[in-house]
Design a protein around this ligand. Structure first.
Ligand code: GDP
Length: 178
C-alpha cells in the first residue's frame, strides 16, 4: 500500500479543539495510530499527526492538528485554524464545564477558520461509569443540531466511535471539496 506523496490526491487539515484534558491528544492518537498513550503528554509540541486513507477511490491524507496544550493559556493562534477543512470540538462527558464551553469553541472556529469548515461535536470519555456522567447524550445532540454540527459520543480509551467520527467528518469534508 503506497503512502508516497505523489499518490496523494487530497490533503485535509483537521483541527481538534476543546478545553484542556478532554482527550484531544488521545483521540488523535487513537485515530492516527490506533493507540492510547498512558503518558498522555508525550506529544507536546507535535503539531499534527497524519493518516492516509482512501475515500471514493482517492488517496486522502488527513492531517489532524493538536493544540499541544496551547488551549490552557487561551492562546490557540489563528495559524492553528488556518486552512482547516474540518474541525472537532471535544468535551468530556464527565465534566460539565467542558460542555458549557463548546459554544465558545465553535465561535472561535467560526471566527478563525473558513466559513465552509465542517465541524463535529465529540463527547469523549463515554467509557466512564454512568454515575460520573455530567452531560446527557441527548442534550449534546440538541446543541449540535442547533449549531448545525455532526455529533457523536466516543471513547479514545476503548476506541469506541473514534474511527467512525473521524471518517464521517472526512467524508463531509470530501463532499465539500470534491
Ligand atoms: P487533551 O488535553 O484534551 O489533549 O487531553 P488528553 O488527551 O491529554 O487526555 C486527558 C486525560 O484524559 C488523560 O489522563 C487521558 O488518559 C484521559 N482520557 C483521554 N481520553 C479518554 C477516554 O476516552 N476515556 C477515559 N476514561 N479517559 C480518557
Amino acid at each position: 500500500e503506497g503512502e508516497g506523496e505523489a499518490e496523494i490526491d487530497y490533503v485535509f487539515k483537521v483541527v481538534v479543539v476543546g478545553d484542556s484534558a478532554v482527550g484531544k491528544t488521545q483521540l488523535l492518537a487513537r485515530f492516527t495510530r490506533d493507540e492510547f498513550a498512558l503518558d498522555s503528554k508525550s506529544t507536546i509540541g507535535v503539531e499534527f499527526q497524519a493518516r492516509t486513507l482512501t475515500l471514493h477511490r482517492k488517496r486522502v491524507k488527513a492531517q489532524i492538528w493538536d493544540t499541544a496544550g496551547q488551549e490552557r493559556y487561551r492562546a490557540v493562534t489563528s495559524a492553528y485554524y488556518r486552512g482547516a477543512l474540518g474541525a472537532m470540538v471535544v468535551y468530556d462527558v464527565t465534566r460539565r464545564a467542558t460542555f458549557e464551553h463548546v459554544p465558545r469553541w465553535v465561535e472561535e472556529l467560526r471566527a478563525h477558520a473558513d466559513g465552509s469548515t465542517v465541524v463535529a461535536l465529540i463527547g469523549n470519555k463515554a467509557d466512564m461509569p454512568a454515575a460520573r456522567r455530567e452531560v446527557a447524550a441527548d442534550e449534546a445532540a440538541r446543541l449540535a443540531e442547533e449549531q448545525g454540527l455532526f455529533f457523536s459520543e466516543a471513547s479514545a480509551l476503548t476506541g469506541d466511535n473514534v474511527e467512525r467520527a473521524f471518517l464521517t467528518l472526512l467524508e463531509e469534508v470530501f463532499a465539500v471539496v470534491s
